[in-house]
Write a protein that binds this ligand. Structure first.
Ligand SMILES: Nc1ncnc2c1ncn2[C@@H]1O[C@H](COP(=O)(O)OP(=O)(O)O)[C@@H](O)[C@H]1O
Ligand SMILES: [Mg+2]
Length: 415
């Protein structure tokens, strides 16, 4: 019997739309001889929908009409499956619609990729593809991530991290502290966003305050670090889990300005063709995906990138080794993309961030080393089943007679 997979995408995130593209692209490549696929769209209010047209990219140009034609559901775990139940339910009829054996979250950003959806799926008791709760959460918070990586000997830029309350209380004091400890130019970023949203560079007090204002409008926690000079960015995907993981080919994303911004990443300028390897990425790909043409013409062109990155063999090895080490020490699973920054004058390398569910699942970094997209998806699914088997061997119950003769006393319960 085929495995029934629920591909979950969307959600209450600033990267909602990007996730729709990543997910529908992956759906086109999943091996239908092995899997039955149920696309599950999560609205910006975190409501779940299924239906004939949910997996069709063109339908998302008119969301209202798409939702009207689709069925809202809730997920209920029952006998090692997750059942998809009509919501609101109809009286006097069965509201059971279908089930899934495995969930495959292809979501990006806060409220979904950050362990939230993973926590929900863990509670549902079914295998799910990709990072678990902790690695997703640590990977999403750039400050926490740096702290863990630093502790594991992986080079990251030092930073200052502030919350909205301390910023509101005395923004000038914070600006002064940044000037004294880091010095201009600095990069200011919300700790838990992606796609360059809310990130900017500052080289004066005035610009710093406006950068902080912008970043705080997207997140209650903001970090500031030195702006790397002579910047070259290099990204490496890693596939595997805590036991065994391998690095992909490296890419060098090319932007138009000082930092790679949202429009470099997703809008493009139509000139991407000239760059070797640029044909892949956030376009739906060349497999004749339904709706791919219209997505392309609406400007979802790919980021310009060089594949492989133009760096020495020695630099390439250093980056791949750090990427695998970071992936393992964060406890990641499935496929992640780990992004590095290099100062081309000094040759210094820092790990910038990890994307635990990267755009397009980084498939274009695996194809050049002989892993077709459908095989990459197979491996990710296998890893989720392996994790589930391992979890089944862990004891989650502890029998005791503590509830017999319980009394609250005056001191409460100590754990
Ligand atoms: N310390 C830095 N120095 C120079 N450029 C940076 C620095 N940090 C980020 N950038 C630029 O901003 C972009 C987005 O930052 P990043 O930390 O990767 O956030 P996101 O999760 O939004 O992709 C990077 O790709 C890079 O171009
Ligand atoms: Mg980035």
């Amino acid at each position: 019997m085929k495995i029934k997979i629920g591909i979950m995408f969307g959600g209450k995130s600033t990267e909602h739309e990007i996730s729709i593209i990543s997910a529908i692209q992956a759906i086109e490549y999943l091996d239908r001889s092995k899997y039955d696929i149920i696309p599950i769209y999560i609205t910006k209010n975190n409501e779940f929908y299924i239906g004939e047209e949910i997996g069709n990219i063109e339908s998302y140009t008119n969301l209202k009409s798409l939702l009207a034609k689709s069925q809202r559901i809730i997920l209920v775990n029952d006998e090692n499956k997750v059942k998809l139940i009509r919501y609101p339910g109809k009286k006097f009829s069965s509201n059971y619609i279908d089930y899934i054996d495995i969930a495959f979250p292809i979501v990006h950003g806060t409220n979904v990729e950050d362990g939230t959806l993973q926590g929900f799926l863990s509670m549902m008791n079914i295998p799910f593809v990709g990072c678990d709760v902790v690695s997703s959460a640590v990977g999403m918070d750039k400050y926490v991530m740096k702290t863990v990586l630093k502790d594991n000997g992986i080079p990251v830029l030092d930073c200052k991290c502030y919350n909205a309350k301390e910023y509101d209380e005395d923004n000038e004091k914070i600006a002064k502290e940044i000037e004294d400890s880091i010095g201009y130019p600095v990069i200011v970023k919300p700790v838990n966003l992606g796609s360059s949203i809310g990130i900017s560079k500052a080289d004066s007090r005035e610009k710093l305050l406006s950068s902080l204002d912008t970043a705080f409008s997207y997140s209650g926690k903001v970090l500031v670090e030195t702006a790397v000079q002579n910047l070259k960015e290099i990204n490496c995907s890693v596939l595997g889990d805590y036991e065994d993981a391998e690095a992909s080919e490296l890419e060098e994303p090319i932007g138009n300005g000082e930092i790679l911004d949202f429009s470099d990443k997703y809008i493009g300028d139509g000139s991407a063709k000239g760059v070797k390897g640029a044909k892949s990425g956030l376009k739906l790909g060349a497999k004749g995906a339904k709706g791919a043409k219209s997505a392309g013409s609406k400007g979802m062109a790919t980021l310009k990138r060089k594949i492989p990155a133009e760096i020495t063999a020695e630099q390439s090895k250093i980056i791949k080794d750090y990427a695998v080490k970071a992936f393992k020490c964060l406890g990641c699973s499935g496929v992640s993309r780990i992004d590095f920054m290099m100062d081309t004058k000094t040759g210094k390398i820092w790990l910038n961030e990890i994307n635990t569910i990267p755009g397009s699942l980084s498939f274009y970094l695996w194809e050049p080393i002989g892993v077709p997209y459908s095989k990459l998806l197979d491996k990710m699914i296998d890893l989720s089943l392996k994790r589930q088997r391992e979890a089944e061997n862990i004891t989650y119950a502890f029998d005791s007679n503590v509830l017999q003769g319980v009394s609250f006393g005056t001191h409460g319960v100590r754990q």
